[in-house]
Design a protein around this ligand. Structure first.
Ligand SMILES: [Zn+2]
Length: 88
């Protein structure tokens, strides 16, 4: 492992970079779901995964597609204190 690359949390499947430089994380769980969470705008999308033998490939495409799509459109920078951005 590259000592300069931080270790991802358990269950994290992928990470994407937004146009503004924030991270979008795709994580497994809870249960039969996966979660897309933007650390810039705090958008969260919970995706129900499909079960069955063809589910894994389908799930990977679905989750990665949602995370990539959000990362390609989001321009929000997280505030320095970690609070959610104001919508007013
Ligand atoms: Zn976002």
């Amino acid at each position: 492992m590259d000592p300069l690359t931080p270790r991802w949390p358990d269950g994290q499947l992928d990470r994407y970079l937004t146009l503004a430089g924030a991270m979008v994380d795709l994580t497994a769980g809870p249960g039969d779901y996966a979660t897309v969470k933007c650390l810039g705008c705090r958008h969260t999308d919970v995706i129900r995964y499909h079960s069955g033998p063809r589910g894994a490939a389908s799930n990977a495409r679905l989750g990665r597609g949602r995370a990539y799509d959000h990362a390609s459109r989001c321009r929000t920078i997280a505030p320095p204190d970690g609070d959610a951005p104001s919508t007013t």
